[in-house]
Design a binder for this molecule. Structure first.
Ligand SMILES: Nc1ncnc2c1ncn2[C@@H]1O[C@H](COP(=O)(O)OP(=O)(O)OP(=O)(O)O)[C@@H](O)[C@H]1O
Length: 595
């Protein structure tokens, strides 16, 4: 049995002294010690003192869970998010101050500049890396902002100036309030660049990929979540990028921290024919488990190890897992699907690794290590791992499994993948539930809403009609299609942001229906592990970019759904094989195959 890096995974009791990290909607972070007497009110009061921000009409949440007042369920090292409750809030003009200056000495956080969030023992080697970086910073060696990419990212260096780690603050992601590259417009927690991944939630996904990569099987570099304080970080004041570095103002952020791996290039700059079959398979296995929607060539680093005869020996290093584990079943993007290595059968070792995967163990482990992870993401993990295990046992190769999960293999980009069709079928056996009163939901004080005047609402309605008019929407499997699923399609972000606003306005009801519901109105489920019993249900990711939403399947229905899903797999594999044999080699899309 392959073990994850942590150890046992019984959820520990969350009483007594705990350290939590409270992040405001605009990115400011404060580490706080909680004791048994603390409640949401006292935490907000301390935040107000420390960060000089108004906390009236705000709520605290941790992933899916909104913390009404009782904090006894909040576990040590949980990141909490403080958001405004306002019915009409504008994401572009946040009212929580983005440039906090600690007011009260008692409340200001005096920990070191880089603090691992979570149990440091589960991230072996992090302490040493942090030590080297801190030493370098004390010697005046500052981090370097990375120009490439859409989000804010920084190389933190060692004493000789060598890169040690790449740090990506969660509030500098694309669309996030403090993005340094002009791609702003949303608050933390709103649907992001990929709508099934919320703004500010890519960092913990990077850590999830590392933790799931048991025994370093796929070679994911050491990745942890940290609270990091430095003057290099970006803060946008009233939409203007601020350079606090010159003013030497120290800013604390929650960020992903990944070990820097020296490399020669990435897979988009290198012929793929000498990539080792095992490396491609191992990365593919990980991508399938986590439904990676962003495995393009730039996210595979290539290290040259030397030559054998005239051929380079290379090692592949998968990076940038921020867009894995989406909240709804998405169209993945697997660059390797075009590579011949993916059509070679799995080796005995690989089959053994797959057979030993236990998706329920995996999700328990992630729930323990990453308290903010949403149940919808864990359901995706369970579903995809189950699919992988059955497909490998059946004898499918990596490329075939990837094809069955991808939407556009036959050039019909707007049709569900074979995996999605199986899920649609599996959902159809669930008993029909009657939708709860939507109006009551809309009145809920935690309405997840945008400031949207009448004009914008009209535009949204028109836009909704246009979407329904799309020919693809007439397909029996389509109820809503937003056309934003191209996993690797880079839209102009301004355009994308506008679209997002309209779509969010359309989808502002608490639930939207993936095609899996086939037009049937489905009530809200109460997924498991809701310690306060109050979940951020109104805040569900709109399902309009997805045919299958899993979050609204109740805890009681979930086993029945999985059971039916599993029963459908064998016929689906047979069907896939038969189709493949009838058609000859499948059409391969993309441009990265450099042979
Ligand atoms: N662990 C690592 N070791 C070495 N270089 C890295 C590592 N992670 C990322 N990089 C490099 O840093 C740069 C930015 O990284 P990355 O692509 O992860 O950031 P991003 O902001 O998420 O980018 P994008 O918007 O393209 O997804 C890339 O050039 C990448 O090659």
């Amino acid at each position: 049995m392959y073990m994850y890096r942590g150890g046992g995974y019984n959820l520990p009791a969350a009483k007594g002294k705990r350290r939590v990290f409270v992040q405001t909607e605009t990115g400011s972070v404060l580490g706080l010690e909680l004791d048994g007497s603390d409640n949401a009110h006292t935490v907000k009061r301390r935040l107000q003192l420390a960060l000089n921000i108004p906390t009236l009409q705000t709520s605290l949440s941790c992933g899916d869970m909104i913390l009404k007042n009782d904090l006894s369920t909040v576990r040590n090292h949980s990141p909490l998010l403080l958001t405004r409750n306002c019915l009409h809030r504008s994401s572009s003009s946040p009212c929580l101050s983005p440039t906090p200056s600690p007011k009260d000495d008692e409340e200001s956080d005096k920990r070191g500049p880089i603090e691992v969030i979570g149990c440091a023992n589960h991230f072996p080697g992090t302490k040493q890396l942090v030590k080297e970086i801190v030493e370098a910073m004390m010697n005046g060696i500052d981090p370097v902002p990375i120009r490439s990419g859409l989000g804010g990212a920084y190389f933190f260096r060692g004493c000789t100036g060598e890169n040690i780690a790449i740090i990506k603050p969660t509030d500098e992601e694309p669309f996030a309030p403090n993005n340094p590259k002009g791609f702003v417009g949303k608050a933390l927690g709103q649907p992001g660049l990929k709508r099934s991944v919320r703004v500010g939630e890519t960092g913990f996904r990077e850590v999830a990929a590392y933790l799931l990569d048991y025994d370093g099987f796929a070679n994911v570099p050491l990745t942890a979540l940290v609270k990091v304080t430095h003057s290099i970080f970006n803060v946008n004041n009233d939409g203007v990028s601020g350079n606090n570095h010159q003013q030497k103002e120290q800013i604390s952020k929650i960020a992903s921290f990944q070990k820097f791996i020296p490399h020669d290039c990435d897979a988009s700059d290198h012929g793929t024919s000498n990539f080792p079959v095992a490396a491609v398979h191992r990365i593919g296995i990980l991508d399938i488990r986590i439904l990676n929607t962003d495995r393009h060539g730039g996210n595979l680093l290539v290290r040259k190890l030397g030559h054998v005869e005239r051929f380079d020996q290379v090692e592949l290093v998968p990076i940038d897992h921020g867009l894995c584990l989406p909240e709804t079943l998405e169209d993945p993007y697997f660059e390797w699907i075009h590579w011949p290595q993916a059509s070679i059968a799995f080796s005995e070792d690989e089959l053994e690794y797959i057979a030993n995967l236990d998706p329920f163990h995996d999700s328990d482990m992630l729930r323990l290590e990453l308290p903010m992870i949403r149940e919808a993401c864990l359901r995706i993990l369970i579903l995809c791992t189950t699919f992988l295990k059955a497909a490998a046992t059946f004898g499918l190769c990596l490329a075939e499994i990837g094809e069955m999960m991808s939407r556009d293999f036959q050039g019909r980009a707007d049709e569900p993948s074979e995996l999605e069709l199986i899920c649609i079928e599996a959902r159809s056996v669930l008993p029909v539930r009657v939708m709860e009163d939507l109006t009551a939901k809309e009145d809920d004080e935690f309405q997840f809403d945008f400031e949207c005047d009448d004009h914008e609402q009209d535009a949204a309605r028109n836009s909704s009609r246009c979407l329904e008019d799309k020919p693809a929407a007439k397909n029996k499997h389509h109820s809503k299609i937003n056309g934003l699923n191209g996993a690797n399609t880079l839209f102009s972000l301004e355009e994308r942001a506008d679209e997002g606003q309209d779509e969010d306005a359309i989808a502002k009801g608490p639930f939207s229906y993936g095609v899996g519901n086939q037009g049937v109105k489905v009530g809200a489920g109460n997924p498991p592990h809701t310690s306060s019993g109050i979940r951020n249900l109104n805040d569900q990711i709109p399902g309009d970019s997805s045919y299958v939403t899993l979050a609204d399947i109740t805890e009681e229905e979930w086993p029945a759904f999985l059971d039916s899903f599993q029963k459908l797999l064998y016929p689906a594999f047979l069907n896939h094989k038969a189709e493949r044999m009838g058609q000859g080699p499948r059409q391969r899309l993309g441009t990265s195959c450099k042979f």
